[in-house]
Design a protein. Structure first.
Length: 260
């Protein structure tokens, strides 16, 4: 039995040596491959091949892609690996019309910038030009354009608490309602210094006050549906809610007396 075991071990020794040699060769190949991969990585990182080649901007409407890219500070000479997303997002957020921004890096060398703009909820007339008012109440005095069609026009307003409150009301008004409004005039009275006159696109005039305007104007479509087709007049949304036709007798003026 002893001699048999010695013979078996002697036969296995060359095989064990070969296996160890093959294992050592494989490890050497792995180390050499890792070394060259690291070397290539360093060379790539230091070469123009690692620079950003594509900067894609999406979600912007009023702010141009060129302005956003300029704010980001990223160019085609910027190394992809040196791009810091948080810093880029903070720089782009400095633009008054940018509400949110998200930056993503896509290998090998693409940068995606997704922005959410602040809503333009109205425009204010200023020396024959129209200045946008954002949903946070900020007036963009550096932006002027021709007659706008994407938001109501404020007329007779001055910068201050009243316009800030009006902007807040409009920011809480659904787009479907904002699209129905043409102009909002500031028409203060001794009894209501925050009174407004609103002209709708369908020709109906709304008499209201700044306070709770967003809450009350949402009922406009349902109220108008109750009127006779083509009827024009003034819809009062102050203390109570009622409609007063332009050409009716005093006794027939009230067609809707539902309190809001």
């Amino acid at each position: 039995m002893g001699k048999g075991k010695v013979v078996v071990l002697e036969e296995r020794v060359p095989k064990l040596k070969e296996q160890r040699r093959q294992r050592a060769n494989r490890q050497l190949i792995i180390y050499i491959s890792l070394f060259f991969m690291l070397l290539l990585g360093v060379i790539y990182a230091q070469s123009p091949l690692s620079n950003v080649s594509v900067i894609h901007v999406e979600g912007n409407n009023h702010v141009s892609s060129e302005d956003i890219i300029e704010l980001s500070g990223v160019t085609t000479n910027t190394s992809f690996w040196k791009v810091k997303k948080d810093e880029i997002e903070q720089r782009i957020k400095q633009h008054p019309e940018v509400k949110e921004v998200s930056v993503k890096k896509r290998i090998p060398n693409r940068i995606d910038i997704a922005v959410v703009e602040r809503k333009r909820i109205a425009y204010i007339l200023d020396n024959h030009s129209f200045l946008p008012i954002l949903d946070n109440g900020k007036v963009l005095t550096h932006v002027k354009q021709a007659i706008p069609s994407d938001a109501p026009i404020l007329i007779g307003w001055k910068e201050g608490e009243a316009i800030q409150d009006m902007a807040s009301q409009l920011a809480n008004t659904p787009n479907s309602i904002l699209n129905l409004i043409s102009e909002i005039h500031h028409t203060p009275s001794p009894s209501d210094p925050r009174h407004i006159t609103v002209y709708m696109n369908d020709g109906i005039e709304v008499s209201a006050t700044v306070d709770r305007f967003a809450e009350k104007i949402v009922h406009y479509p349902s109220i108008v549906r109750q009127l006779q087709p083509g009827m024009k007049g003034v819809l009062h949304l102050e203390m109570g809610t009622y409609f007063k036709p332009y050409e009716t007798d005093e006794g027939n003026e009230k067609t809707d007396e539902n309190e809001r």
